[in-house]
Design a protein around this ligand. Structure first.
Ligand SMILES: [Zn+2]
Length: 230
């Protein structure tokens, strides 16, 4: 009798390694090459099969319904994660708080500010309520060693920032440094308060920039309309 199984490559079977590589948790989501999809479909031994997964925006109900290749070996949570991973690369927010379309995702600032609030709660828990004198003013040491007074340091930091901006060499170090030194040089409580809010805002902006950089690294190369609809 004939063994009518042909060599795997003639049938176009995907090897277990190819299939696993296409679906492993750390690969960036990308459309599968059609050849690989049909190879998987034709392979009677493959645990993968196409399945329609619908994800709704918790805010507006916008739905994304698409076919994804999932495996019989995946739990239902893992299958949903396949879809969520694709949607995240297209700007959706899919996390423990729910699923949100690009229009209704939490603005990055709100995410970072929530982290700031969390850190504040943690500080209170660890150190208790803190009440220190301000210790600021134009004639106090800028930081610890009195290399120069705070107002002079703030002026220098401002000049450094301006000159960096003119030559396109602005860095977060310079920007945050300027805000911090301006706060240290302030002796009026209302103005000190406003400087401290600027310090916090710049620190938050810096964190957001780090997050964007990280997201760009994780985004699939040439990834369609990935991430941005603004
Ligand atoms: Zn929505």
């Amino acid at each position: 009798m004939n063994d009518h199984r042909q060599p795997a490559e003639q049938l176009g079977h995907a090897s277990a390694e190819q299939t696993a590589a296409a679906y492993s948790a750390d690969t960036a989501p990308a459309p599968l090459p059609p050849a690989l999809v049909s190879a998987i479909l034709r392979d009677p031994d493959s645990p993968y099969y196409p399945s329609k997964i619908v994800v709704f925006c918790d805010e507006c109900g916008t739905e994304s319904a698409r076919d994804y290749m999932v495996s019989t070996e995946q739990t239902s949570a893992e299958r949903l994660e396949v879809a969520r991973r694709h949607l995240r690369a297209e700007g959706w927010q899919c996390d423990a708080t729910g699923d949100f379309c690009p229009e209704h995702r939490t603005p990055p600032s709100a995410v970072v500010l929530a982290e700031v609030a969390y850190e504040r709660a943690r500080q209170d828990q660890r150190w208790g309520e803190q009440n220190h004198p301000d210790g600021t003013g134009p004639r106090v040491p800028a930081l610890v060693g009195a290399l120069c007074y705070a107002d002079e340091a703030a002026d220098r930091a401002r000049l450094a920032c301006q000159s960096a901006a003119r030559s396109g060499k602005t860095t977060w170090r310079l920007v945050l440094g300027e805000e911090v030194l301006e706060a240290l040089a302030e002796d009026d409580p209302a103005k000190l308060r406003s400087e401290l809010l600027q310090v916090a805002a710049v620190a938050v902006a810096w964190v957001e920039a780090i997050d964007r950089r990280q997201a760009a690294v994780e985004r699939p190369s040439g990834g369609r309309d990935a991430g941005n609809r603004r």
